[in-house]
Design a protein around this ligand. Structure first.
Ligand code: SAH
Length: 250
């Protein structure tokens, strides 16, 4: 039985499953998490001894335990979004999945929350979200999720997958992307400040920053050129610059 509420669209093209798993590089991590393994379409091709499968649906969990005895003790029946952050601590983790589309932006935010321990992500997303995550400044698709992801990860838009490769067919196109944790970040990021700037400016994305950010105080002259721009014109460095110059009181 297909459970719509869990965003179930099972991949039926083995070649594509193989291609997705081959995009993992396994260089920096020692545990791989598959989110939403479903019936194991991707799982079959995973070649990592230390793999953990996190699946919410009890029917899928039963199926997997039967079909993949070697993963029997590696299956956690849980909502990935509810996995405690301490699960990630002191580990080097990779993440793979054909993600449930209804919660995939939340999955990305959870990954970012645990960026210290998550080194690589290969994931299938609804195409529109994949594009947003990978967009650069100047694009209409560039927004909060692009900046927050790219602050910590190098992003690659790998390939698209059409609805015919799934059962049941999704209504949208899909795309596979890869995130690789940036080696060294030479800048200090105050997440709270940068998030506030992103939210406030992108909520009114057509406005210039001098209007949208007028309630936030900066250690910068009001005449600074940066305030004549709109948020989608700012690159990562400029957002960081703003957050570093934001005064404390919010
Ligand atoms: N990887 C499989 C299934 C993809 S469909 C394939 O490619 O065929 C998405 C899967 O995510 C389903 O198995 C669904 O039950 C599971 N899922 C949905 N919400 C979840 C959540 N919050 N946590 C973990 N798994 C979830």
């Amino acid at each position: 039985m297909i459970k719509k509420k869990y965003g179930q669209h099972f991949l039926i093209n083995k070649e594509i499953c193989k291609q997705i798993t081959e995009k993992l590089t396994f260089k920096k991590y020692n545990e791989l998490i598959e989110i939403g393994p479903g019936k194991g379409a991707l799982t079959k091709f995973i070649d990592c001894k230390n793999t953990t499968l996190i699946e919410i649906d009890d029917d899928c969990v039963k199926y997997l335990k039967n079909k993949f005895p070697k993963f029997k003790n590696k299956i956690i029946q849980k909502d990935f979004l509810k996995l405690e952050n301490k699960y990630f601590q002191n580990k080097k983790i990779g993440v793979i999945g054909n993600f449930p589309y209804n919660i995939s932006s939340q999955i990305v935010f959870k990954i970012i929350e645990n960026k210290k321990n998550i080194f690589e992500v290969v994931g299938m997303f609804q195409k529109e979200l994949a594009e947003r995550i990978c967009s650069k400044e100047g694009s209409k698709k560039y927004g909060i999720i692009s900046v927050l992801t790219q602050l910590h990860y190098n992003v690659e838009y790998l390939f698209e997958v059409d609805p015919n490769q799934f059962f049941p067919k999704p209504k949208v196109m899909s795309a596979v992307i890869r995130l690789q944790k940036k080696e060294k970040i030479n800048y200090k990021i105050n997440e709270k400040k940068i998030k506030q700037i992103l939210k406030t400016s992108f909520n009114q994305r057509r406005k210039k920053l001098k209007n949208s950010l007028s309630k936030i105080n900066f250690h910068l002259e009001k005449e600074n050129n940066i305030f004549d721009k709109r948020p989608e014109q700012l690159n990562l460095e400029e957002f960081i610059f703003l957050s570093q110059n934001m005064k404390n009181e919010i």
